[in-house]
Write a protein that binds this ligand. Sequence first.
Ligand code: ATP
Ligand code: MG
Length: 264
Amino acid sequence: MVAKVYTIASGKGGTGKTTTTVNLGTALALLGKKTVIIDADIGMANLGLLLGLEKSPVTLHEVLSGKADVSEAVYEGPGGVKVVPCGISLQGFQNSDPEKLQEVMARLIEGIDYMLIDAPAGISKDGVIPLAIADQVILVVNPELSSMADALKTKVLTEMLGGEIGGAILNRAGMERTDINIQKVADLLGVDVIDMVPEDANVRRSAAFKTPIVVKTPNSPAAIAFKRIAAYIAGIDFIEPEEDSVRANEGFSGRLARVLFGGK
Ligand SMILES: Nc1ncnc2c1ncn2[C@@H]1O[C@H](COP(=O)(O)OP(=O)(O)OP(=O)(O)O)[C@@H](O)[C@H]1O
Ligand SMILES: [Mg+2]
């Protein structure tokens, strides 16, 4: 199989790019796909932090500054996902040459099924390269107008660069009362909406445990959504498990009915 490269972008900061990259990457690896995830947010890196790799001696910074070979910056993550974290020092950022990114990607792609690139927010030089080199850019948006506006800008920029938008993910759906739903996102951005990921307190909880939510609480609402999207990307049928929270919320009478009368 020829490797497929996805860049996870947004425009606006804090929409859930890193969370999405880590969880889709882990879920794809758990599906048996050879997957590498890369933190290309070289100024404000935090993908390593979500996986407990923040103390890694060699990171993308060292590679982009010519101090280390790419192979030294690859670590093993949950489910066997390969992880290329990035350092967090200002010095490391200043010494990095973003132009080297393309060459680094070319090396990492050997023998891989999927590569997911965690892009920085904004439209800086280091942010533009991931938009241009991906097979498809996935826009992670929140149900807010500011997020839509910035995602639209990122879409236009991607197309100007000759890149392709693969679709959008509506993350943190239900986080606040808005009328922004999947249809509205599709209309506003003019892209397909792949799926939505609900607002789920387990996302922050799993971050505190430095473990992806798809591993920490695999049947929580957001984990199920991330697994469903990974299955879609991999072209595998997905069987929806019962949500933990559904069972937790069903109450005594619901549990009693289930025990007495059967069911899942
Ligand atoms: N579905 C969700 N439910 C609840 N919280 C979420 C969800 N997705 C992301 N978050 C929270 O939102 C915050 C931002 O997420 P994340 O760091 O993944 O965004 P980002 O787009 O990578 O941000 P940045 O632009 O700063 O790199 C985090 O605190 C994360 O735990
Ligand atoms: Mg991020």
